[in-house]
Design a binder for this molecule. Structure first.
Ligand SMILES: N[C@@H](CCC(=O)N[C@@H](CS)C(=O)NCC(=O)O)C(=O)O
Length: 204
């Protein structure tokens, strides 16, 4: 399986899942405005040009983070990256993936990290972080992970929390989330995945 990624983008969650699940993957970096190493334009893999995307040896291609993370979770042994299939916890994990994707990634961080939003849109995006961060804080105040043990939803949330400083969001205002981020960063799979991508980010 190939994982198409950009350093420290949302695709980092898929790399974390691959590390945590001890799965095999080749990592293909996507560089804006440049063809892939095999000469194709990245839109041949991911029509919107978004990472993450995966491509299997059998030719199965998939984009959209929550779907990619769910697929990777199913490649790992049951219980390693997701609660057992068809359990209530499994569906709650899917709900968290959607929550992180919509309420945080696209709703708050995409406008703050991109270049196209003007001051009004940025202020509105910043104002939208309070409700989901408050909800996460009260949920995580009594838990180590979003749903039982570590799942791909935690990997996705960690990646979003990594962006706070760059987006001008004061994570210190949510100490539960700050502690959760520190705890996750200390997890070996996450530390390894971040260490792989950090030098690429620095050199970019
Ligand atoms: N709907 C997509 C969005 C993914 C996305 O926003 N990816 C960003 C990186 S975090 C990206 O590839 N941006 C490149 C661009 O905007 O051209 C998903 O959920 O996977």
């Amino acid at each position: 399986m190939k994982l198409y990624f950009r350093p420290f983008a949302c695709s980092l969650a898929a790399r974390i899942a691959i590390e945590e699940g001890e799965l095999d993957a080749d990592y293909v970096r996507v560089e804006p405005g440049r063809p892939l190493p095999d000469g194709r334009d990245f839109t041949a893999v991911s029509p919107m040009g978004y990472v993450p995307a995966i491509e299997t040896r059998g030719g199965f291609v998939l984009s959209e983070g929550p779907a990619v993370l769910s697929y990777i979770a199913e490649l790992a042994p049951e219980g390693v990256l997701a609660p057992p299939a068809f359990s209530d916890a499994h569906y709650r994990m899917l709900a968290w993936l959607n929550f992180v994707s919509t309420e945080l990634h696209k709703g708050v961080f995409t406008p703050l990290l991109g270049r196209s939003a003007g001051p009004e849109e940025r202020a509105a995006a910043t104002a939208r972080v309070g409700k989901p961060f408050d909800h996460l804080s009260s949920h995580l105040a009594t838990r180590d992970y979003l749903e039982g043990g570590f799942t791909v939803a935690d990997a996705y949330l960690l990646v979003i929390l990594n962006w706070c400083e760059h987006a001008g969001i004061a994570l210190a205002d949510w100490p539960v989330l700050k502690a959760y981020r520190a705890r996750l960063r200390a997890r070996p799979s996450i530390a390894r995945a971040m260490a792989e991508e950090y030098p690429l980010l620095q050199a970019a």
